[in-house]
Write a protein that binds this ligand. Structure first.
Ligand code: C2E
Ligand code: MG
Ligand code: MG
Ligand code: MG
Length: 292
């Protein structure tokens, strides 16, 4: 009897799994259509020099303006396509759109670089560097450094040789690469030393915890010492309050990004936000609502 019940359970599980896979496949189909119908948009979150009161760039963060379900955050759809060709399509769109937006801001007198998150699968595409050059080539008034990339530490460890080649090629093209979510992938000093990334971004989990948790603080300190020793810039994400900014600056980390500085904003709001921030140094932790 137990065997039979077990068998039925397995059968039920298979069916549930098949149904889930079917639904995910449908959603992927919708994502593909959504790209064609221009349903995806980018929000831009400022990255600043907290000490000097300067904006050093903005990070492009994808959202899906779904006609029925409203505005969807990346967590609702990016994981579903990470292992599919679709993530390359969406990523290529994000690069093209970011470069176009940078050119539009420049035409309006606002000079800022835009960093784009690149998925592991997209990163390993042989023609990615050519695509970067293609998108930049459409706007000869932009210098290559206007585009920056953020890659994950975990990808760099898994496919070290390919990722190292990619970063070298980006450097040659003039596109700086940052290692995102640093500290979550347990990569060693040796890895970082051999990868010519211009900056590392401290993962927000450590930054958020550093005020109350001595261990998070120790990790932040350790990463900052290491970055300095290897001659790389360090930027903190998850700066949620003035206290976080102060604690980071006390440790010599002056570059930050987080809700305490600004939420991700629609592109129309970026020029005024930059002007306002740079008009009123030092940083006092003005918070702004997203997408307003
Ligand atoms: P990420 O690249 O590490 O981006 C930072 C995420 O943290 C963003 O969430 C941002 O809104 C959020 N954040 C910023 N400051 C704070 C803060 O002070 N506190 C807290 N709690 N959160 C903060 P978002 O936009 O939901 O993006 C989540 C992740 O989705 C990104 O993590 C990135 O891995 C991925 N993603 C976003 N846009 C793209 C894209 O265009 N392509 C790909 N492949 N992935 C993307
Ligand atoms: Mg990022
Ligand atoms: Mg990050
Ligand atoms: Mg993250």
């Amino acid at each position: 009897f137990a065997k039979r019940a077990g068998g039925q359970q397995v059968h039920f599980f298979d069916e549930a799994q098949a149904l889930e896979e079917q639904q995910e496949q449908l959603l992927r189909q919708r994502i593909k259509e959504g790209i064609g119908r221009n349903e995806f948009i980018l929000a831009y979150q400022p990255k600043v020099d907290m000490q000097r009161g300067l904006v050093i760039g903005v990070e492009a963060l994808v959202r899906w303006q779904h006609p029925e379900r409203g505005l969807l955050q990346p967590a609702a759809f990016v994981p579903l396509i990470e292992d599919h060709e679709l993530v390359e399509e969406l990523g290529d769109w994000a690069i093209g759109e970011s470069v176009r937006q940078a050119a539009a801001w420049l035409a309006a007198g606002v000079k800022t670089s835009v960093s784009v998150n690149i998925s592991p699968r997209h990163l390993l595409r042989a023609d990615l560097v050519d695509r970067l050059a293609f998108h930049l080539g459409r706007f000869p008034q932009l210098h290559a450094g206007v585009l920056e990339l953020e890659i994950l530490e975990t990808t760099a460890i898994k496919d070290f040789a390919a990722v190292a080649d990619f970063i070298h090629a980006c450097k040659k093209l003039g596109v700086p690469v940052t290692m995102d979510d640093f500290g979550t992938g347990y990569s060693s000093l040796t890895y970082l030393r051999r990868l010519p990334v211009s900056a590392i971004k401290l993962d927000q989990s450590f930054v958020r915890g550093m005020l109350e948790d001595a261990e998070d603080r120790a990790i932040v300190e350790g990463i900052l010492v290491m970055a300095r020793g290897l001659g790389r810039k360090a930027i903190a994400e998850g700066v949620e309050s003035v206290a976080h900014g102060d604690a980071l600056m006390a440790l010599g980390c002056t570059l930050g990004q987080g809700y305490g500085i600004s939420r991700p904003l629609s592109p129309e709001r970026i020029p005024d936000w930059i002007a306002g921030f740079e008009r009123s140094p030092p940083w006092r932790g003005t918070t702004v609502a997203e997408q307003g």
